[in-house]
Write a protein that binds this ligand. Structure first.
Ligand SMILES: Nc1ncnc2c1ncn2[C@@H]1O[C@H](COP(=O)(O)OP(=O)(O)O)[C@@H](O)[C@H]1O
Ligand SMILES: [Mg+2]
Length: 600
């Protein structure tokens, strides 16, 4: 239950709604109380008339209605009861309008809190967890927590105020009758608690099965071509059939429990009424209570049974909410490993330096970089080449502070990057990742996404597209820059996506530009055009170009060749060719691939 404390700050935030809601609950219960007393009066009146006794003035309204004729008095009673019921209904409406709305507002706030936390977490969190699962679990958990905040709190308050109002009245009439008629209630609430826990458990099983079926059928649909070409249709039909069978069994179990639930509840409520009438009858014979009192008690008991049934239900709601909130708290308490150390401004020039840097991935322990040292001066272009898996992307991860180095230091403009404002660091870097990710939005918006000062105008976007050598492709689309990409839009080729991703980084006008093997799907001629444009754009700025293709790096000021996380060769294209080792071999192999036979 402790986990639910997290929500107190929200309850406090909406304290006025909560107070108002409580006030409405009290009012609606007060108006529910009066009809019972009026009916007692009516009954006493009828009894007196039938037995020709003088009418005893036992109640507050009795005195007033004595002045009316018998028929009129009964009618008046009826009208009053009706009016009271309407007033009670109005206040119940207001109760829901305050408390249930409060729960929705808190749900909204809680979702925002969670969303903001998602944004705060770093790469390693997203590597360790399957985000889809977390998202699903969280939205389910939040809705369970809302059940506690809305119905849970509302029914609990209702129960408390109703008991506080009704039970004293009952005791004041007859202690023995009160005690007897209240005894079945705890049994009732225990049974409801038991049954509703069972229902919850069973419906969770049904839900889980249903999601199994959904997963299976989704996979079947998306893999239908493979399934057909391997002639495995029968196998999948059997699989689905079996899953459905299990689902059916679980559902039937749930239906059975439901079917038992209501009759049993009704039986118990009925029993407590009968009990009241029986004990009331005995007391009436002894002359301790009037007939009106017995009827009044039946009303009270009926008023109490519903909220008491709710105890069982509310208890299981609260338990589930507590379990959900525990999970949510766990998530909210997850701290990003990479934190922003300062909000201070720092003017970047763009010098990068690695000093004896080693790095192992915290999730897997794989050592990706071993004792690397190098520097890139302002305005220089550094290239890193090496086979896949040699550690190129890992070097970039460290510059972007997606991870922190295990040993050694990464410096930018002679400052340890762990001391720099993290947001500013990333703002100053134009990064084109190896795996392109574009939003399901227009091309225009995808490129403009990188722009730092609000919305870029068309000319700026066009220029970025031209620099990334994608402009001519874009204007060939019927909708040009407004073309939508993604599931409901056009499908771009790998090279086109890479170039849009490049335009998005260029438009940022960064101090440092990083290309992580992002020209792999672009042909060499286009690559030359892009690299030529870069020379102009990145004049006096720092560029880092990572590639497994030598052709991309020929013109760099300095080239690092890395292998197994270590720098094995450093130099310019010229000097590395003269060295005649790894770089030379790679260059020759790639020339062969391209069908050229001769090394220049
Ligand atoms: N997120 C990660 N978690 C664990 N290991 C990783 C991760 N990313 C890369 N590696 C490992 O680190 C090594 C270097 O990878 P990477 O830097 O991506 O190489 P490259 O970019 O040169 O292809 C590889 O052995 C790779 O398997
Ligand atoms: Mg890589």
């Amino acid at each position: 239950m402790k986990s639910l404390k997290h929500l107190n700050k929200y309850l406090f935030k909406y304290k006025y709604r909560l107070l108002l809601g409580t006030f409405f609950i009290v009012l609606s219960n007060i108006f529910a109380l009066y009809p019972a007393q009026i009916i007692r009066e009516t009954f006493n009146l009828v009894e007196a008339r039938l037995t020709n006794q003088p009418i005893a003035s036992t109640g507050f309204i009795g005195d007033y209605f004595q002045s009316l004729s018998f028929g009129k008095a009964i009618l008046a009673f009826g009208i009053v009861v009706f009016m009271l019921a309407i007033i009670k209904g109005v206040f119940m409406f207001f109760t829901r309008q305050t408390i249930i709305i409060m729960s929705r507002l808190i749900e909204y706030d809680l979702k925002n809190e969670i969303f903001n936390h998602f944004q705060l977490l770093d790469t390693s969190f997203y590597k360790e967890n399957n985000t889809g699962d977390i998202m699903n679990r969280i939205s389910e958990d939040v809705s369970k927590v809302r059940m506690y905040l809305g119905p849970g709190i509302m029914y609990s308050l209702n129960l408390i105020t109703l008991f506080a109002l009704v039970v004293p009245v009952m005791f004041s009439i007859n202690v023995k009758l009160t005690l007897y008629s209240l005894t079945p209630l705890p049994v009732l609430s225990f049974i409801i608690y038991y049954v509703s826990s069972r229902i919850n458990k069973q419906s969770e099983e049904v839900q889980a099965k249903l999601s199994d079926i959904t997963t299976l059928s989704q996979e079947t649909y998306s893999g239908i071509r493979i399934i057909k070409s391997f002639v495995k249709e029968k196998l999948f039909i059997t699989k689905l059939h079996d899953e459905n069978e299990i689902y059916l069994k679980h559902s039937m179990k749930l239906v059975r429990t439901h079917a038992v639930f209501f009759p049993v509840m009704m039986l118990l409520i009925g029993l407590s009424t009968i009990f009241t009438i029986y004990i009331g009858g005995l007391e009436y014979i002894k002359g301790n209570v009037t007939l009106g009192n017995i009827l009044e008690f039946v009303f009270y008991i009926n008023m109490l049974t519903w909220p008491v049934t709710a105890i069982g239900w509310v208890t299981s709601i609260i338990q589930r909410a507590a379990a959900s909130q525990t999970r949510l708290n766990e998530f909210l308490e997850t701290q990003p490993k990479i934190k922003n150390p300062t909000n201070q401004h720092f003017e970047y020039s763009g010098k990068i330096e690695f000093k004896n840097v080693s790095f192992a991935y915290p999730e897997s322990g794989i050592i990706a970089i071993k004792n690397i040292s190098f520097d890139i001066k302002i305005g220089e272009t550094l290239a890193i080449v090496g086979r896949t898996g040699s550690g190129k992307s890992s070097v970039i991860n460290l510059i972007l502070r997606k991870y922190d180095a295990t040993d050694g230091t990464v410096l930018i403009d002679n400052q340890n990057i762990q001391t720099l404002n993290l947001n500013e660091l990333r703002e100053n870097i134009g990064y084109v990742p190896q795996e392109v990710f574009l939003f399901s939005d227009s091309i225009e918006n995808n490129i403009g996404f990188g722009y730092k000062n609000g919305l870029p105008d068309d000319e700026i976007i066009k220029q970025a597209a031209k620099d990334a050598a994608i402009y001519s492709n874009i204007i060939e689309f019927p909708k040009g820059f407004k073309t939508r990409i993604g599931e409901r839009g056009v499908t771009l080729s790998g090279g086109q996506k890479q170039r849009i991703s490049i335009a998005r980084a260029i438009i940022k006008e960064p101090k440092i530009l990083i290309f992580d093997d992002c020209l792999s799907a672009v042909d060499t001629e286009t690559e030359d055009v892009i690299l030529g444009n870069l020379e102009r754009i990145m004049k006096n700025k720092t560029s880092l170009i990572v590639s497994h293709r030598v052709s991309s790096v020929k013109n760099a000021d300095k080239i690092l060749v890395i292998e197994n996380g270590e720098i094995i060769e450093t130099g310019t294209h010229q000097s590395l060719m003269e060295l005649g080792k790894m770089y030379y071999t790679m260059y020759q192999n790639q020339l062969l691939e391209m069908g050229k036979q001769k090394v220049e």
